[in-house]
Design a binder for this molecule. Structure first.
Ligand SMILES: [Zn+2]
Length: 434
C-alpha cells in the first residue's frame, strides 16, 4: 500500500466540472478554471482525471453520498477537509498540493430518486446482481468473474518474502498457492455457468518494466520517507525498487488489465494470511493462530483521502454504487468461507480497518487492489500459512474427496477454499436479484 505521498508537478487531465474556489458562499460556476499545477499522489499513481466523474452528474443523492463516505469509505471524518457538502452538490478539492486549486463540482440527484447507473461509455462496465438476468437456481450463469491470484510465484515469491520452506518439504509460496486456488475455483465457477478469467495465468508478473527501471522512483520514495539529507545506500535503493515493483507497479498493471481488458462483473482477490514467522524463511516460527477475514474497500484515513488519486478512485467507486454491491458479495463469501473452513474471525486491532455490518468476518480496508479495480472486489484472507495444520494440508496438495491429514479427515484445502468462495458468490448474487 502506498501510504507516502508525492508532490508531482506536471500536466493535468481534462477539467470538466471544475471551478475555482471563489469567494466563500459564492455560487460556483461550471467554468473550467485551468488545471492544477501540482498533484499530491500515491506511489506510481498517474495524475487523476477528474473529468471521469462527468458522466456521474445527478446520479447519486446527497444523503447516499454522505452515508457511504462516513460509514464505509473513510474512517468517518477523513473527507471533511477535501469535500464540502452542500444541499445539492459536493465541492471536491482536485488537489491538496495547491491552496485555491480548482474544485470539482458534483451535483447530486434529487433525494428519494432511485440511483441511476451510467453503464457504457465512460460509465461502469460491471453489472450488478439485479441486471445480470441469471436465475435464482443458477445465480452464477453468465456472470463475468475475474480471479486475481494474489502475489507472484517462483523467484518473485522470494523477492516478496511471501514464502518459507521447512527442511526438505515443498516451499510454501503464497503466490503459488493463490494461483492453485484460482485454478480450482475457476473449474467450480465454470461448472455453474460463470465466465471466468484469471488476472494472471502464471508465476510471472504483468508489470512490464523490471524492478531496475524503478530505481529513480525508489530514490524519490526513500527521500520522502527518510528526508532528502539522509544517506541512502545502493542496497536500500535496490530493495525499495523491488518493493515498488511487486507492491505497486504490479498491482497497477493488474488494475489496467481488469479495467481495460477483462471488464468483469466482479473480481475475487485470493490471498492466504500469515502470522509473523520470524526473519528466517528456512526456520519459520509456527503460529497457534489460524483465522479468516474478507475485505471490502473503505476506511481511508485523512492522509489517504488527501492523496488526489486515492480520493478520485474512491469517489469513482462511490458514484458507481460499488460499495453496496461489494459489501453484499463480501458478506456472502465471508459467511460461506466461515462455514466451509470452520475458522474463527480475525480481528483488526488498529485503525486501518473497520466493520461495516454485523458480520464479524467482514472488514473494510483500503488496499491498492480493491481501490483501483473499478468494479466490486471480494478480497479473501483465509488460513494462516504458518499454522501447523495449514502447513500439513498445504503439503498434502490438492486431491479429490477426503483424506486423513494432520489427524483428521478433510477435503483438500484448495477445494474447501474454492467451495466457500463459490457458495458465497452464488448466495449473494441470488439474494441481490431482489
Ligand atoms: Zn496476500
Amino acid at each position: 500500500m502506498g501510504r507516502r505521498g508525492f508532490l508531482r508537478v506536471g500536466a493535468a487531465g481534462a477539467v470538466g466540472g471544475m471551478v475555482g474556489c471563489g469567494r466563500p458562499g459564492s455560487v460556483p460556476q461550471a467554468v473550467p478554471a485551468g488545471p492544477p499545477r501540482a498533484w499530491h499522489l500515491s506511489e506510481l499513481a498517474p495524475p487523476p482525471e477528474w473529468s471521469r466523474l462527468d458522466v456521474w452528474q445527478e446520479k447519486i443523492s446527497g444523503s447516499a453520498f454522505r452515508r457511504l463516505l462516513e460509514q464505509v469509505l473513510t474512517d468517518g471524518t477523513a473527507f471533511w477537509s477535501t469535500v464540502e457538502l452542500q444541499e445539492d452538490r459536493a465541492l471536491i478539492r482536485t488537489t491538496t498540493a495547491e491552496v485555491g486549486a480548482p474544485r470539482y463540482v458534483l451535483r447530486f440527484a434529487a433525494e428519494g430518486t432511485e440511483p441511476v447507473s451510467a453503464v457504457g461509455e465512460g460509465g461502469r462496465y460491471w453489472r450488478g446482481a439485479a441486471a445480470m438476468g441469471s436465475s435464482r437456481e443458477r445465480p452464477l450463469e453468465g456472470v463475468r468473474i475475474a480471479l486475481d491470484a494474489g502475489h507472484l510465484g517462483g523467484r518473485w515469491a522470494q523477492m516478496e518474502a511471501r514464502w518459507y520452506r521447512v527442511g526438505s518439504g515443498a516451499a510454501v509460496m503464497e503466490g503459488e498457492l493463490t494461483l492453485q486456488t484460482a485454478r480450482v475455483l475457476r473449474a467450480v465457477l465454470e461448472e455453474q455457468g460463470a465466465e471466468v478469467s484469471l488476472v494472471r495465468e502464471g508465476a510471472e508478473p504483468l508489470a512490464e518494466e523490471a524492478p531496475e527501471a524503478l530505481r529513480g522512483a525508489a530514490r524519490e520514495s526513500l527521500a520522502a520517507a527518510l528526508g532528502v539529507a539522509a544517506e541512502i545506500s545502493e542496497e536500500q535503493v535496490r530493495r525499495e525498487a523491488e518493493r515498488l515493483f511487486y507492491r505497486t507497479s504490479e498491482i497497477r498493471a493488474r488494475g489496467r488489465r481488469v479495467n481495460e481488458v477483462l471488464r468483469p462483473d466482479l473480481v475475487v482477490c485470493l490471498h492466504f494470511n500469515a502470522e509473523d514467522w520470524g526473519g528466517d524463511a528456512a526456520q519459520p516460527v509456527f503460529s497457534a493462530r489460524n483465522h479468516l477475514h474478507v475485505l471490502a474497500h473503505g476506511c481511508l484515513s485523512a492522509a489517504e483521502f488527501a492523496l488526489d488519486d486515492q480520493r478520485l478512485d474512491t469517489l469513482l467507486r462511490l458514484v458507481q454504487g460499488i460499495p453496496e454491491e461489494e459489501i453484499r458479495l463480501c458478506d456472502g463469501v465471508a459467511r460461506q468461507l466461515a462455514r466451509a473452513t470452520g475458522l474463527p474471525a480475525f480481528r483488526y486491532a488498529g485503525k486501518n480497518a473497520r466493520r461495516v455490518n454485523e458480520n464479524p468476518f467482514l472488514w473494510a480496508r483500503n488496499l491498492l487492489a480493491n481501490r483501483v479495480y473499478q468494479c466490486p472486489v471480494v478480497f479473501t484472507e483465509p488460513y494462516v500459512m504458518n499454522h501447523a495444520e495449514v502447513y500439513a494440508r498445504l503439503q498434502a496438495g490438492d486431491y479429490v474427496g477426503e483424506r486423513e491429514v494432520a489427524g483428521r479427515r478433510c477435503r483438500s484445502l484448495f477445494r474447501e477454499y474454492a467451495q466457500g468462495v463459490a457458495d458465497g458468490l452464488a448466495e449473494a448474487l441470488a439474494a441481490g436479484r431482489g
